[in-house]
Design a protein around this ligand. Structure first.
Ligand code: ZN
Length: 241
């Protein structure tokens, strides 16, 4: 089976469609949260996901947009985007976001937005945080989002944790080690590469692939301006920061 792993779409439909095109056919999509927030097309992104065979967990922006997390925990730009999103969400979209669990576990795979010990808020950026995440879960493969930065942490049989930033088109073999994988962000990359990020898990070949795909950033920026997004928020799409 082939699984498409996507995270942090952030209401960027153009980036989402570019990723879906680039992935080709997959058996199921795994979405690691933050479908909405920042971008101009929250309802359209949810509608697109609903056309796909997918499973998804809730992110901090999703939770805030439906009043399940306090917008006070966001900085000014993010809070304004949360408030805008909350205003434009359709009843169906809000219901969809409300239906999302904080974590999903199936057959040695855990899907969570932040980390298993703090599902929507913790950023796993260091080997220490990854070690804590491994300790908080029993499964072999952990998939997280939230940081918008593609990263892989490997825990060997001695419990030692190593990390690396996957390049575009990197393929990793799934073996006996435990892995914590962040595919990066579809709609708002922050690793200095503005291209949309995603991963593919191939359970027959026991591989995970990391990919980047270009999308029409200028059109996405034009659409952001129509929702009144700030220059700072709009321009960062072009830099991937
Ligand atoms: Zn996010």
């Amino acid at each position: 089976m082939r699984f498409g792993v996507i995270s942090d779409i952030h209401s960027n439909l153009i980036a989402l469609d570019a990723v879906l095109d680039s992935m080709g056919s997959v058996d199921q999509y795994w979405c690691l949260g933050d479908v909405v927030g920042y971008g101009p097309e929250p309802n359209e992104c949810i509608e697109r996901l609903l056309e796909l065979d997918h499973v998804a967990v809730v992110g901090n922006h999703d939770a805030a947009a439906i009043g399940a997390a306090s917008p006070r925990l966001f900085n000014g730009e993010a809070r304004r985007a949360v408030e805008w999103t909350a205003r434009v969400l359709t009843k169906e979209s809000a219901e969809y976001l409300r239906s999302l669990p904080e974590q999903m576990e199936h057959d040695q795979v855990l899907l969570v937005h932040g980390s298993p010990r703090d599902p929507i808020w913790e950023y796993v950026t260091s080997r220490g945080q990854a070690a804590d995440a491994f300790a908080a879960s029993e499964v072999q493969y952990l998939f997280v989002g939230h940081t918008h930065i593609p990263l892989v942490f490997v825990q060997d049989s001695q419990g030692k944790v190593l990390s690396g930033a996957p390049e575009d088109d990197l393929t990793l073999r799934l073996g006996s080690e435990r892995l914590l994988i962040n595919p990066g962000s579809v709609g708002q990359p922050r690793d200095g590469d503005p291209r949309a990020a995603y991963a593919i898990v191939d359970s027959d070949r026991m591989l995970v692939e990391f990919h980047r795909v270009e999308y029409d950033v200028e059109e996405a920026q034009r659409r952001m301006k129509t929702m009144g997004a700030s220059e700072w928020l709009t321009s960062r799409l072009a830099y991937g920061r």
